[in-house]
Design a protein. Structure first.
Length: 154
């Protein structure tokens, strides 16, 4: 659900936090339209964004160590759980990634046997991606983890 953010420090940081956490926890893209933000954005704002970015990196490191998943792979699993059988283009759009980056994430998840591809029934040229039982199990384990969000993401 899009929403507009005014040029207030609190709202800018809240919007970035909401977008990142929503993207991570729900696997749903969240589009933030920031209005009236221009070169007047002071270093205080960018420092807050830096802290959020570091917190997301910390969370990704946790997933890599505990689940052998990077953040994009985890979001891919969430997206396919909620929307079974999507094309690479649909995944790129829902993950907010470029098509090139999405292809890399798909290849990595396939190599780990977390997702599988199948031909479209109506159009045999279309490849559709879905979770494997192993991917569903990994996502269930990940969702059950009582991971504590880093401070800037709370």
């Amino acid at each position: 659900m899009p929403f507009a953010v005014q040029r207030d420090d609190f709202f800018v940081v809240s919007a970035v936090c909401f977008m990142l956490v929503s993207h991570f926890l729900n696997g749903k893209p969240c589009f933030v339209f920031v209005q009236s933000i221009n070169s007047n954005m002071n270093s205080f704002n960018i420092c807050k964004v830096r802290d959020v970015y570091r917190a997301v990196l910390s969370l990704e490191h946790y997933f890599e160590e505990n689940y052998n998943l990077n953040l994009n792979e985890a979001m891919l699993l969430c997206t396919l759980f909620e929307n079974n059988k999507l094309t690479a283009g649909d995944l790129a759009e829902r993950l907010g990634l470029t098509c090139s980056n999405t292809s890399k994430v798909i290849a990595s998840a396939e190599k780990k046997k977390l997702i599988k591809r199948s031909m479209g029934k109506e159009d045999k040229r279309k490849m559709l991606f879905s979770l494997t039982p192993q991917g569903t199990d990994r996502l269930s384990t990940l969702k059950a983890d009582p991971v504590e969000l880093p401070e800037p993401l709370r």
